[in-house]
Write a protein that binds this ligand. Structure first.
Ligand code: ADP
Ligand code: MG
Length: 392
């Protein structure tokens, strides 16, 4: 895969796919993380004299022009992040706007999903985009699991490269799973086993320890004959859980489950909670977090690991005190990362929120905000947007 250093940029028209699908509230950007991730590549291209033509989707307009999903309001905040003016054009005005550009200029194009050809990965729409540029750069890892015209077909039509943030994301993911420093642990939590079967299956073969927490641990405990009371539990997946545990045994991966748990009769703020050993859950009670002995166990394990890959919270972290296990283990992983003994890579919508809540996100080696693309990567699926760059 080529990177920006491999392209001859000065004066070239460069189409750059980024992810500007930012959360907005009352017409303002409420979380600028994605703009900040796109900025280094866009600034570098502009500084090197390229004519920078920015492509992104926004929302789900389903191939039609939908006024509220225009990218026009993003030109100003993008300009502020790049510290230079950003012009805007829709597809009808794009050719003229590009023709008027000088080296270093930045032009934001309208939401690519306004054209039905985008999500259809249509060659015709990809050709219309390609006609606007000389080179293609993809800097949107979070969109790489979709084969869309601006993420896939376009890459086949122009000389291409990965942008800096895509490059960093791939390097971090590679450090966590493809060639990790061992021992490597994966911590998989969250609500349901059913939503993460493919993730568990893929990780089993790659990691030394598979730590299972959150609601999904309940299904594994149940499968081992432990009473889980009224906890979230997918009883119909008990057989699958037993198969996973059996396969782990044959490939030499240790499955780690909670040794104690935090219980409550209901899931609400300020509910009475109790901590019990995992084999002492009374009927009618719900497991909502891992307990302090589990936190100690996991922290000890992380101390002797060199790499941690984390997806899914250890408990129902949205409501105190059930955030305790996730917060303490996240802080332990952050401290070990700061101390230089652990490479820590995390991703997943709720995971990112939980790590931020714990004040640990900034200390992790890498936190992926890519959502669906991160999960598909965790499942070991090839990502079409990455493959298209590699195919060149
Ligand atoms: P991510 O978005 O990071 O991939 P998930 O969506 O898989 O993570 O899981 C997050 C959800 O799992 C949270 O809403 C959390 O409340 C829930 N959860 C975690 N542990 C439990 C539990 N013991 N019982 C019920 N829900 C849980
Ligand atoms: Mg989630």
């Amino acid at each position: 895969m080529r990177v920006l250093d491999d392209l001859s940029l000065a004066g070239a028209r460069v189409l750059v796919r980024v992810d500007l699908n930012v959360p907005m509230r009352d017409g303002r950007v409420s979380d600028a993380t994605r703009i900040d991730r796109a900025a280094p590549t866009l600034s570098e291209l502009s500084d090197k004299g390229a004519k920078v033509i920015v492509l992104s989707h926004f929302g789900r307009p389903k191939g039609k022009v939908v006024g509220e999903m225009s990218l026009a309001p993003l030109a100003e905040p993008l300009g502020a992040a790049l510290d230079r003016p950003v012009a805007f054009a829709d597809m009808d005005g794009a050719a003229a706007a590009v023709a008027a550009m000088s080296g270093g200029d930045v032009l934001l194009l309208e939401n690519v999903r306004f054209d039905p050809g985008e999500e259809a990965n249509a060659p015709g729409f990809a050709r219309r985009l390609a006609a606007l540029g000389d080179l293609y750069v993809n800097d949107a890892f979070s969109c790489a699991h979709r084969a869309h015209a601006s993420t896939e077909a376009l890459a086949h039509l122009l000389p291409n490269a990965a942008g800096r943030s895509l490059q960093a994301e791939l390097a971090a993911l590679e450090a966590a799973l493809a060639k990790p420093k061992r021992p490597v642990a994966a911590l998989v939590g969250g609500a349901k086993v059913s939503s993460k079967l493919a993730v568990l299956g893929h990780l089993l073969d790659k990691v030394d320890q598979l730590i299972i927490g959150g609601g999904m641990a309940n299904t594994f405990l149940f499968a081992k004959g432990v009473n889980v009371g009224a906890s979230l539990c997918e009883a119909d997946l008990a057989g699958t859980a037993r198969e996973i545990m059996a396969r782990a045994g044959t490939v030499g991966c240790e499955i780690v489950l909670p040794v104690d748990v935090v219980l409550a009769a209901e899931f609400k703020a300020g509910a009475d909670s109790a901590t019990v050993p995992v084999d002492k859950v009374p009927d009618g009670m719900m497991i909502l977090d891992v307990g302090p002995a589990s936190v100690r166990d996991l922290t000890d394990r992380l101390r002797s690991c060199r790499t941690l890959l984390w997806n899914g919270p250890l408990g129902a972290f949205e409501i105190a005190p059930f955030d305790g296990g996730t917060v303490k283990v996240a802080q332990a992983a952050a401290a070990l990362t700061r101390a230089g003994t652990l490479t820590s890579v995390a991703g997943g919508g709720d995971t990112v929120a939980a790590l931020r809540h714990a004040g640990a996100a900034d200390d992790f080696t890498y936190v992926s905000t890519a959502g669906g693309a991160f999960l598909e990567w965790l499942e070991g699926k090839p990502l079409p947007g990455i493959k298209a760059l590699e195919d060149q």
